[in-house]
Ligand binder design. Structure first.
Ligand code: NDP
Length: 483
């Protein structure tokens, strides 16, 4: 497959190059080989992207929702038709196994385009009768949005931000992570092929400085970031200078509680999905697995058996179920946490090592006997490192589960219906699961509480974050004034 893109950026409906920007090598995580080079956006490229986005927005915002939605739905169809090629590219960009990318990335992007394409025609204001007078509200676009992506789901993030932004009548400039610059360009290509007018979906490459330049530009009305909490703090503060709208999808250290009455097989499945999918590089992962002491050893032994069946290897092989980390840097971070876990006294029960070779592979890793104060239980690792903690009492485990700066996700496994809902209600997290983990359908709001974020992606809730309400008071009789 051709992995070198036509050019680094996609602006005003066409590929654009400027080789005077800093070169960014794209590395295939499975082999460490360079598969493409793109160039970071120069000030001239950033200017071109923002002025195109600004110029194109008004006409797009004035179209009917039906017209806008039709284009997004057509783009969804094209994405689905090209699922294989897009999935292969996602695998090159991230290293995630084709077994995952073929069902979770372009498909999820297409779902977002289809969902927001479908909703576009039904975006309305309301009528509020006040005696003879009345107020009506208009739901209006924000203007120019900036999307900044993390590297774990490059296609999905480009669509989760682009689809609601466009449905609401905005334009967008998207900056992918420098680690995974390839997939968003394909999203832009597809949108234009589907009939999106030029200038509405632009992609510019670059590091944090490019993101920062976009966020502070006075022409930008909204910023949506998917990234870590430290970056979120910086971007939120920069957006605050211009009183811009924000959506912050940030990190997590989410709890998963497995009660003594849980179906152990399902709970193990949840722990696997919530710790090792995408080699653990998922923001909402349930990396603090609290297991009731009555079933702890049964849970751990079944988990180890199931982990032994993971197929680690060439991500392009459809049989492979566990791929490399996205980068050497991310691999080293995860391995560093394994050393910390050992030094702090956790019991290594599975994995724990890098896998020899040129790719950035490591074993799925499980620590047991983890205590709340250990670094591996407090800090986001963003790698395949699961911490198993013991508990016996529901109130106690709830307090411990919520004792974190993060609040992205949380899960509970139990057969007790009342307990499941009681626990879900008490979780301080934006996205909760009962007897499952990490499902993220476009119909459901997704986002975090506490330091994990502000705003929600997906679902009807996202509309509130990509549009603004104007109210218009209409007086039907003469107007009195004091003088
Ligand atoms: P980072 O926070 O390092 O980067 C996120 C994006 O922000 C990148 O495109 C980065 O550019 C850019 N950036 C960095 N500094 C600035 C700045 N000052 N101004 C504007 N943009 C900037 O996150 P990672 O890419 O390492 O992704 C992992 C993190 O993302 C984890 O914490 C994870 O939990 C979180 N995440 C959250 C999700 C959610 O929905 N809540 C989903 C997925 C991931 P570059 O890196 O190219 O320099």
């Amino acid at each position: 497959m051709q992995t070198q893109p036509t050019a680094s950026h996609f602006i005003n409906g066409e590929y654009v190059e400027d080789t005077s920007g800093t070169p960014i090598d794209v590395i295939y995580p499975a082999t460490g080989e360079k598969i493409a080079t793109v160039y970071a956006a120069t000030p001239a490229i950033i200017e071109r992207a923002l002025s195109s986005a600004r110029a194109a927005q008004a006409a797009w915002g004035a179209m009917t929702g039906t017209q806008r939605g039709r284009i997004l739905r057509r783009a969804a169809d094209i994405m689905r038709e090209r699922n294989h090629d897009l999935s292969v590219l996602e695998t090159y960009d991230t290293g995630k196994p084709y077994q995952e990318t073929s069902v979770a990335d372009a498909t999820s992007g297409a779902d977002a385009l289809e969902y927001f394409g479908g909703i576009a025609a039904s975006l309305t204001g309301e009528h509020i009768q006040l005696g003879e007078d009345w107020v009506y509200t208009r739901r209006e676009p924000l203007g120019v949005c900036v999307g900044i992506g993390a590297w774990n789901y490059p296609t999905q993030i480009a669509c989760w931000k682009g689809a609601p932004a466009l449905a609401c009548g905005n334009s967008i400039v998207f900056k992918p992570s420098e680690t995974t610059p390839l997939c968003a360009l394909k999203v832009a290509e597809i949108l234009f092929e589907a009939g999106l007018p030029a200038g509405l979906y632009n992609v510019v490459q670059g590091m944090g400085e490019v993101g920062a330049a976009l966020v502070t530009d006075p022409r930008v009305d909204k910023v949506s970031l998917t990234g870590s909490v430290p970056t979120g703090r910086k971007v939120y503060a920069a957006a605050a200078e211009g009183i811009k709208h924000v959506t912050m999808e940030l990190g997590g250290k989410s709890p998963m509680i497995v009660f003594e009455d849980a179906d152990i097989e399902n709970a193990v499945s949840g722990a696997i999905l919530g710790n090792f999918y995408s080699s653990g590089q998922v923001c909402s992962n349930g990396t603090r697995v609290f297991v009731h002491t009555d079933i702890k050893e049964a849970f751990l032994s079944r988990l180890a058996e199931r982990l032994g069946t993971a197929v680690i290897g060439d991500p392009m092989d459809p049989a492979t179920s566990f791929g490399p980390m996205v980068s050497k840097r991310q691999l080293d971070i995860a391995l560093g946490y394994i050393e910390k876990g050992k030094a702090e006294g956790a019991r290594l029960v599975y994995g724990g090592n890098a896998i020899d070779g040129d790719g950035f592979y490591m074993q799925p890793t499980v620590f047991a006997d983890v205590t709340d104060d250990m670094s591996i239980a407090r800090e986001e690792i963003f790698g395949p490192v699961m911490s198993v903690l013991d508990f016996t009492d529901e109130d106690d485990v709830m307090a411990r589960a919520n004792d974190t700066e993060f609040g992205l996700a949380a899960g509970v496994f139990t057969r007790d219906l009342a307990r499941a809902h009681r626990v879900a209600a008490k979780f301080q997290a934006g996205t909760c699961y009962i007897n499952t983990y990490n499902d993220a359908p476009v119909e459901a709001p997704f986002g975090g509480m506490k330091n994990s974020g502000v705003g929600r992606e997906n679902s009807k809730a996202a509309i509130n974050h990509y549009s603004q309400l104007k109210s218009v008071y209409v007086r039907m009789c003469d107007l009195e004034a004091p003088f």
